[in-house]
Design a protein around this ligand. Structure first.
Ligand SMILES: Cc1cc2nc3c(=O)[nH]c(=O)nc-3n(C[C@H](O)[C@H](O)[C@H](O)COP(=O)(O)O)c2cc1C
Length: 308
């Protein structure tokens, strides 16, 4: 049996598989389908200081090989997470990557401070790239924080100074050159970079002539975006020193392996969990089987091992 353990910027995970924020709730719902303690880590839905109702429906729409969503960061808020969601997650003993979202860098920092003090996280993933929240727009001219390398560096530095826990920064693919925000996150003190959030997209019903999403625009995820994600991971891996957590259409072990070969250290199952609730667990088994088949004693041998 190959060694699957990795160190993700200071967080030791028994295998390199987690779940993508917003596609796995707070873990409990999925535990009916498989023991979530089998995962290397659980990544929570983006948490905000106060609860959020999210955008008006319809908020999701199925597209060829993917889906559009404009959930708008609906979540229970920090206090309810700590009181009602955290105890179950802690009872499972699985590392928790708390995905956080704030209005401005100080609010992210406050979230990180409070969560760390309450034992609510083992690592943070700062979502600097949600396409579906209107209050995030027009920050110094950037539609998303992660579209401005300067803002990424500034936010990362401020969140970094608020916590000793590993800090990951999640970036948007809606940029010309992913290396710029990725390097800015690293310079700001991120311990890892999460790639990628959803690609901006939309769909219209030709009969009614109305947009399929109430929000008009949403984020595209699923197998449709996998080649884009893979290329961005490959681009970023060649310039970064910190590890990469890959997400974007990863549905099975064979997809996951591609991301390791392109340079990712960990992978996340995203919206595939809606169709195959135990997809992430199957991925763990499939990665172990691949290592066995390819004579790899350690999954880390696969990182950046694409042959040219
Ligand atoms: C319904 C839905 C909700 C999401 N919510 C969040 C979120 O709250 N925070 C976040 O950082 N990413 C969120 N994402 C983005 C995913 O974490 C992931 O980056 C993206 O979906 C690409 O992975 P996939 O193609 O495997 O789904 C969401 C995605 C979907 C489909």
């Amino acid at each position: 049996m190959a060694n699957l353990q990795i160190n993700l910027g200071g967080l030791v995970m028994k295998n390199p598989v987690t779940v993508a924020s917003g596609t796995f709730g707070y873990g409990q719902e999925y535990n009916d389908y498989f023991d979530i303690a089998r995962l290397g880590a659980v990544t929570t839905k983006s948490l905000t200081l106060k609860p959020r109702a999210g955008n008006k429906p319809p908020r999701i729409y199925e597209t060829p090989a993917g889906m559009l969503n404009a959930i708008g960061l609906q979540n229970v808020g920090l206090d309810v997470y700590l009181e009602q969601k955290l105890p179950f997650l802690r009872s499972k003993g699985v590392p928790i990557i708390a995905n956080i979202y704030g209005h401005g860098p100080e609010e992210y920092a406050e979230m990180a401070r409070k969560l760390e003090a309450a034992g609510g996280a083992d690592a943070f993933e700062a979502n600097l790239s949600c396409p579906n929240v209107h209050d995030a727009r027009n920050v110094k001219g950037a539609a998303l924080v992660s579209q401005s390398p300067e803002l990424v560096a500034e936010y990362t530095k401020i969140i970094r100074s608020a916590t000793k826990l590993p800090l990951y920064v999640k970036l948007s693919p809606n940029v010309a050159n992913i290396c710029e925000p990725a390097l800015a996150a690293q310079e700001g003190g991120a311990d890892a970079v999460s790639l990628i959030n959803t690609l901006l997209g939309m769909a219209i019903d030709p009969e009614t002539r109305r947009p399929r999403l109430k929000n008009i625009v949403g984020g595209l995820s699923g197998p449709a975006i996998r080649p884009v994600a893979l290329k961005m991971v490959w681009d970023a891996a060649r310039v970064l020193k910190v590890p990469i957590i890959a997400m974007g259409g990863i549905c099975n072990a064979s997809d996951a392996i591609q991301f390791f070969l392109a340079g990712a250290t960990a992978v996340a199952a995203g919206c595939i969990s809606f169709r195959t609730p135990d997809a992430a667990a199957q991925m763990v088994d499939g990665i172990a089987a691949y290592c066995e088949r390819h004579g790899a004693a350690d999954v880390k041998e696969l990182i950046g091992a694409m042959e040219l």
